[in-house]
Design a protein around this ligand. Structure first.
Ligand SMILES: Nc1ncnc2c1ncn2[C@@H]1O[C@H](COP(=O)(O)OP(=O)(O)OP(=O)(O)O)[C@@H](O)[C@H]1O
Length: 101
């Protein structure tokens, strides 16, 4: 997905996610998921439910336009959020499962 990055989260109400043959065994990428439907929108990204082709589990995928984040001066904030989420495990905070771009 050129110019965009995806963040895979697993939320309390969205639990479960592919494998396009070429990258089935590789690192997570958009081709590993089927997009089900849009569920939300934030200041710099959109969120949709996706299903992992291999496991059939559903996740919330947040995707954003990298150029727009840079132009608006929020890239550092996005990276800070990702860094924090990757270290946090709490029942009241969405868990970060994968990131890719
Ligand atoms: N894991 C999730 N499960 C269900 N819905 C979600 C999940 N993550 C995000 N959403 C929905 O998508 C919306 C946008 O989320 P997003 O994280 O992009 O923005 P935000 O945190 O609300 O605001 P900001 O853009 O300022 O960070 C949320 O308000 C929520 O409705």
């Amino acid at each position: 997905m050129g110019g965009r990055m995806g963040v895979i989260r697993r939320g309390s109400d969205v639990t479960s996610h592919v494998s396009a043959s070429k990258c089935a065994a590789g690192p997570p990428c958009l081709q590993h998921f089927s997009v089900i439907r849009s569920i939300g929108r934030g200041a710099f990204g959109k969120v949709c439910i996706v299903q992992e082709r291999k496991t059939k589990k559903y996740f919330a995928l947040k995707y954003m336009n990298k150029r727009r984040c840079i132009e608006k001066g929020v890239a550092a904030n996005v990276i800070r959020e990702l860094t924090l989420l990757s270290k946090i495990s709490h029942p009241f905070i969405v868990n970060l499962w994968y990131t890719f771009q």
